[in-house]
Design a protein around this ligand. Structure first.
Ligand SMILES: [Zn+2]
Length: 131
């Protein structure tokens, strides 16, 4: 996954986390703060944030499927960790079974809906069958 994409998913995950915590004001100041570090005073950042915000709004569907709020926060924390480690967007179960990063890549459509997904759909189904 490209650096820019990773950044987008990172912001998306941070928005989701802030929403789950009910703390949007913190998020906004964080986001504007990081823009300021780059020396940008243009008005594009609020617009950009609004776009990301509406994208996060679309995640309501994903969030509504989640029963356990703390569990989701843990998933988000681990997804952010995977961004740091460079394994974000890769199916963890595929990787464990020895597949290459290319083979383990989770389809983008899935990542857009569940940005903290750790497994591809096939592995998720296998996992559910096991449980
Ligand atoms: Zn998989």
């Amino acid at each position: 996954m490209k650096r820019q994409e990773l950044d987008e998913y990172r912001v998306l995950l941070e928005i989701l986390r802030a929403r789950l915590r009910g703390d949007m004001s913190q998020l906004t100041s964080d986001a504007l703060g990081s823009d300021r570090e780059e020396g940008s005073t243009e008005s594009k950042s609020p617009t950009h944030m609004a776009e990301l915000g509406s994208e996060a709004f679309e995640q309501d569907f994903a969030l509504s499927l989640v029963e356990n709020e703390q569990g989701t926060l843990d998933e988000i924390a681990e997804a952010l960790e995977r961004i740091k480690l460079g394994t974000y967007g890769l199916c963890q179960m595929c990787l464990e079974s020895g597949k290459s990063a290319t083979q383990a890549a989770i389809p983008k459509a899935r990542m857009r809906v569940i940005p903290f997904a750790r497994n591809c759909i096939e592995c998720e189904r296998k996992r559910e069958r096991r449980n």
